[in-house]
Design a protein around this ligand. Sequence first.
Ligand code: ADP
Ligand code: MN
Ligand code: MN
Ligand code: MN
Length: 354
Amino acid sequence: MEKFKLEYIWLDGYEPVSNLRGKTKVVAFDQFPTLEELPLWGFDGSSTKQADGSDSDCVLKPVALHPDPARRNGALVMCEVLLPDGTPHPSNSRAAIPHDPDTWFGFEQEYFFYSDNAPLGFPSGGGFPAPQGEYYTGVGHKNVGSLARQIVEEHLDLCLGAGINHEGINAEVAKGQWEFQIFGKGSKRAADEMWIARYLLLRLCERYGVDVNWHCKPLGADVDWNGSGMHANFSNLAMREAGGKEYFLSLMEAFEQVMHDHIEVYGPDNHLRLTGLHETQSIDTFSWGIADRGASIRVPHSFVENGWRGYLEDRRPNSQGDPYRIAGRIIETIGMVDPSALEETCPLALAETG
Ligand code: ADP
Ligand code: MN
Ligand code: MN
Ligand code: MN
């Protein structure tokens, strides 16, 4: 038997955005455990806005397991929070997502590194560095400084070491702003891994005395500096395999009909970011466009070329959004359209399976 350090990670009850919480349980196993072998655990919900002091027990139910490359015999255990009777806690946004292995998500997480209440690389005495232009995918000390890339690289290695489906990184449009992408097959997978990737970034940054600022417009709406999004790329089986313009247009009709319900779960303060400027559509307008980064939903060129098949990019979710709520809402809206009830079937789909 060996002792393993299991880091149980969960979302607390703070509004409008949950914080990540974690604590370590040491348990002996013959070898690295499976998810099924992990015990339920508990915590004091009165300290996380999830219970009253008089009845404070909440339950942690492991739902995803990864090795923790930063600790010997370490594991990262993503958990759902349950009430003592075993039902989901009201803060448990994951529990409401339908199980669907054929829905895929790719989230593009943007964020700022902060140090001394300003983005990393901003002048220490206050004020602004050179205007935006050369920072996006930039290289060199004047563009990315000396510390950010080191953190970003270490974070990438931690995610890959944990078996997280991390797909890439880039320096973003503002100084001190970065992005990483997480892709997952299954309605919950990308969101689970996004929360763990966020956890790993926060924990790594402790060592450098740097904060991660997840706010969607940390520099405010009145300056010419980009905000942070978390574009949600999504596809289901029908979009990938049958497709067709009629199905696509019906989907866009459904998305337009419930546009406000989407905005509600796409992260706080999004009116500061979705202004129609800085590669966004205005918060009051729903639009789609081919290769259009000023649309609510961007349709990749490849989607049209493949007979309106593939994935779409919802550009509205912001950097502070809960990927569980975002994924759940998108699945609900996709479910408003029944592709088998449509007239057109895509001839390309028939050709390929034939
Ligand atoms: P951009 O910055 O041009 O918007 P990125 O390369 O940063 O694009 O992100 C594209 C995202 O699309 C990636 O996260 C990727 O995983 C995701 N993606 C690719 N194919 C699919 C698919 N079939 N379903 C869902 N997401 C997808
Ligand atoms: Mn991107
Ligand atoms: Mn980006
Ligand atoms: Mn994008």
